[in-house]
Ligand binder design. Structure first.
Ligand SMILES: NC(=O)c1ccc[n+]([C@@H]2O[C@H](COP(=O)([O-])OP(=O)(O)OC[C@H]3O[C@@H](n4cnc5c(N)ncnc54)[C@H](O)[C@@H]3O)[C@@H](O)[C@H]2O)c1
Length: 351
């Protein structure tokens, strides 16, 4: 259906079924599938059927971020050794971002690196985490602190898997999609606003376009800056505020909602600095509200600020924020004052 290439290194296939996987000439005799309990229930069988003539073993993790740690990695390595997985084997990641980050990390470290492919099954993992080669796990309460950059051999998106995805997880992915439009592509933003009802109702053609476009944006940015030393940081739009909100809520507020408040706070700073109009913020609020990502919220503002500066303080660094120079043109700033941040958080929480 759609085909994209990332930095001349690997392809992203966007399809309506798993069928095309059969034609992709996947030449490995040993396949090790990593999935989670929810995805396993719906899709593991289909993948096993496709590769039934090969030696297949698998590991199913408990779903959720709690599994993204070194204990899970240890258990996976153990099963791989037990199943004689060697350097010529293939790992298949079948699941959302949690499974993808774990499988990528295992692939990058087992026997000094073996091949893997990503089959993302959440909207967020389709447009974000499966592309760009970041892998990793959480450690001592810190997210993604152990990890590597390691590209998959291919990414295969089956849009049908979105049919079983819970609505709040769908909305979570929409936050990253809206972020893509705000940092890089005005026309795409218009497309999302004009088609929001169809997107919400999961119109197949519109969704396929949407995912294709977002994959294209993410691919373009990571191709320019694989190791995140430059432009890739614009993908953090809304995330410095968002991470602080997630931390303050003890991760009860979902990532997509948290970054939506971050998008509004960052846009407020862009407005105060004279880059964008107030109506632009209103339009963003309306769009985020439509996808249940934004409403009035009460949370301790001073604590959010403290979370934002915590790591920076330890490293003697300033806060670096991504704001908008204009709609769909992001830039980083590091000359930001506490009062400006507090005012932006306050504004964003007003809903
Ligand atoms: N590597 C990167 O560049 C990158 C980028 C962004 C996020 N991430 C990471 O991604 C993770 C979040 O990923 P996520 O939002 O996909 O969450 P997730 O992997 O936890 O999946 C969300 C939930 O949906 C379920 N699920 C997945 N696919 C399903 C389907 N098709 N049908 C029914 N249920 C399904 C899962 O079991 C889980 O309960 C975080 O750990 C984050 O750090 C990584």
């Amino acid at each position: 259906m759609y085909l994209l290439n990332v930095n001349k290194k690997y392809n992203i296939y966007i399809e309506n079924s798993f069928d095309r996987l059969k034609d992709l000439d996947i030449r490995y005799n040993n396949i090790f599938i990593i999935s989670d309990e929810n995805v396993d229930k719906y899709y593991l069988k289909s993948i096993v059927n496709i590769f039934q003539h090969k030696n297949i073993s698998f590991f199913v993790i408990n779903s959720g971020e709690e599994s993204k740690n070194l204990n899970t990695i240890y258990d996976i390595y153990t099963k791989m050794v037990d199943n004689f997985i060697d350097r010529k084997s293939l790992i298949i990641s079948l699941g959302g971002g949690v499974v993808g980050d774990i499988a990528g990390f295992v692939a990058s470290t087992y026997m000094r690196g073996i091949d893997y492919i990503q089959i993302p099954t959440t909207l967020l993992s389709m447009v974000d985490s499966s592309i760009g080669g970041k892998t990793g796990v959480d450690f001592l309460g810190k997210k993604n602190i152990i990890g590597s950059f390691y590209n998959p051999k291919l990414v295969y998106i089956n849009l049908e898997t979105l049919e079983t995805l819970p609505q709040n997880e769908f909305e979570n992915g929409m936050a990253e999609i809206i972020k893509h439009a705000y940092i890089l592509d005005k026309e795409y933003l218009k497309y999302i606003i004009d088609n929001k009802e169809e997107i919400y109702n999961k119109d197949k053609d519109i969704l396929a376009n949407l995912i294709y476009k977002s994959c294209q944006i993410k691919s373009k940015i990571v191709s320019l800056d694989e190791k995140e030393i430059g432009i890739r940081e614009i993908l953090n739009f809304g995330h410095t505020f968002g991470h602080a909100i997630e931390t303050e809520s003890n991760f009860k507020i979902m990532h997509g909602k948290a970054i939506s408040y971050g998008i509004i706070a960052s846009m407020y700073i862009s407005f105060k600095r004279g880059y964008i109009n107030f109506e632009d913020i209103d339009r963003a609020k309306k769009l985020l509200r439509y996808f249940n990502l934004y409403q009035k919220m009460s949370i301790n503002i001073e604590n959010i600020y403290n979370h934002m500066i915590y790591d920076k303080k330890n490293n003697n660094k300033k806060i670096r924020l991504i704001i908008l120079e204009e709609i769909s043109k992001a830039k980083a700033i590091d000359d930001i004052y506490k009062e400006e941040i507090i005012e932006a958080i306050k504004f964003s929480l007003e809903g």
